[in-house]
Design a protein around this ligand. Structure first.
Ligand SMILES: Cc1cc2nc3c(=O)[nH]c(=O)nc-3n(C[C@H](O)[C@H](O)[C@H](O)COP(=O)(O)OP(=O)(O)OC[C@H]3O[C@@H](n4cnc5c(N)ncnc54)[C@H](O)[C@@H]3O)c2cc1C
Length: 429
């Protein structure tokens, strides 16, 4: 369904790195690998790096450029937890096993900061996430999560911010309250992907851009993979294709549907104006079902996302579509120009639960449902550990059941859109 372009789309991130993006040659020769990974987003890169460091011969095949899709286009908010929150995970696994997954998320929040230091690259990491409530009646969700996090998951670092304190955090009247997480933060996602790719190659990994995998079959206890008019073989196959998996593996593809999401970057603001919007420079999400998310960049732009689309499309004019969302949070920015506007696709599962699994030496990672910066790292740990012989984390994900969407993308998307319309309505009543 999606067509890959040969280069990055025009995002603020690609623009900010335009002379520093490293290129990797397309696959041109056959060969045998311990592990072949399809897709060079965060899922594929984190997994590849962990396996290459463990001594495996690993190839990553990317249809376009490193982090061409969601990993190079997202809001850069490294927030703890999964899109579905903990209740469905606890329901599927029970408290004790769900706690192990939660702990792996806390691990990911530390590891995302340690990785760049360990491998010598920068991701512009800034500390802090603020979860805000628009509706007074939704303030209770902030209290409930603070209590659940402390009592159930032994995560007691969340700080409740009441309405009187909000001006210290945000230059807007829109929010009733907030919940601050010092272990969340924000970063430049394309810098992270570029750094991971370079660390992977330095660790002995093989990385090929412009190398779209068109099919694979089981072959001599492993897999034979078709790519660029050549074939490679591998003992283990990892699908890290996200919303772009398309026809490559239909059973895996049917667990998710692609949903469009988009954001903008304003022109560079004066330091004074930027600081007045988000004085503590945290990243922000609200707790509406269709949420607004925003943060500042190091060069003082406001990066703002919100709104989503179904059936694979994105608004024709993303800047125009996003402007009303910015105005209702920061009316003081109504005359500020938007320099960049772009979108990408999320891989939504029916219950918003992550879909991470493996069988017959074929693994997959998807279903982040719009929240993947930290979850991709937690999932990569589970899959790479399993490939190296320790299935303890992966077995937890495998016990979370993800139903398949009905065949036919339009029908699946329509069902999802109807469901979402109901929740969107609940954002207003
Ligand atoms: C607009 C937007 C904003 C977001 N904001 C946030 C945020 O602020 N915080 C957060 O936590 N999450 C956010 N997300 C979600 C997050 O970006 C994703 O969950 C995460 O990046 C998924 O990483 P991935 O590696 O699994 O997939 P992707 O990054 O999508 O990578 C998949 C890769 O596979 C490649 N591929 C697919 N098929 C083939 C094939 N046949 N052969 C070779 N290569 C192939 C694609 O080209 C692509 O590069 C956002 C997503 C979007 C779209």
């Amino acid at each position: 369904m999606f067509r890959h372009s040969a280069n990055h789309i025009d995002t603020y991130y690609a623009h900010s790195l335009k002379d520093q993006l490293v290129s990797y040659a397309p696959l041109q020769a056959s060969g045998h690998f311990d592990v072949a990974i399809i897709g060079a987003g965060f899922s594929g890169l984190h997994t590849g790096l962990r396996l290459a460091l463990a001594g495996k011969k690993v190839v990553i095949l990317e249809a376009s450029r490193v982090a061409w899709a969601a990993s190079g286009r997202n809001g850069g908010q490294a927030i703890l937890g999964w899109s579905c929150d903990m209740p469905p995970i606890e329901k599927a696994l029970g408290h004790e096993r769900a706690k192990i997954l939660w702990d792996s998320m806390v691990w990911a929040s530390k590891e995302i900061q340690a990785l760049p230091v360990r491998h010598g690259f920068d991701v512009d990491y800034r500390q802090g996430h603020l979860w805000t409530s628009v509706l007074p009646r939704r303030e209770k969700f902030l209290h409930e999560w603070q209590e659940e996090a402390a009592n159930k998951w032994q995560y007691d670092q969340l700080q409740f911010i009441n309405r009187n304190e909000m001006p210290e955090w945000l230059g807007t009247e829109r929010y009733q309250a907030g919940l601050y997480d010092p272990n969340g933060g924000h970063l430049h996602p394309l810098k992270l992907a570029q750094g991971l790719a370079q660390a992977f190659v330095q660790a002995g990994g093989y990385l090929h851009e412009h190398s779209k995998v068109t099919g694979y079959i089981s072959h001599q206890n492993g897999y034979r993979i078709d790519c660029n008019d050549t074939q490679i073989t591998a003992d283990v196959l990892v699908l890290a294709c996200n919303a772009y998996i398309d026809q490559l593996d239909k059973p895996v593809a049917r667990k998710i549907i692609p949903v469009g999401n988009y954001q903008v970057a304003t022109e560079t603001l004066s330091a004074e104006l930027a600081t007045s919007l988000i004085p503590k420079n945290v990243c922000v999400t609200d707790n509406q079902f269709v949420l607004d998310y925003f943060r500042l960049t190091p060069d003082n732009r406001l990066l703002f996302g919100g709104g989503c689309t179904y059936l694979g499309g994105l608004p024709k004019d993303i800047a125009k579509a996003t402007r009303p969302f910015i105005n209702r949070v920061f009316p003081q920015l109504k005359n500020v120009n938007i320099d960049f506007a772009w979108g990408g696709h999320l891989d939504i599962t029916m219950k918003r639960t992550p879909d991470i699994g493996g069988e017959n030496n074929r693994y997959w990672m998807q279903g982040y449902s719009g929240h993947g910066v930290l979850p991709t790292l937690a999932a990569a740990r589970a899959v790479s550990d399993a490939i190296l012989g320790d299935e303890s984390l992966l077995s937890l994900y495998q016990d979370i059941h993800n139903p398949s969407f009905p065949p036919g993308e339009r029908l699946a998307s329509t069902i999802e859109a109807l469901g979402k319309a109901w929740y969107r309505l609940r954002d207003f009543i």
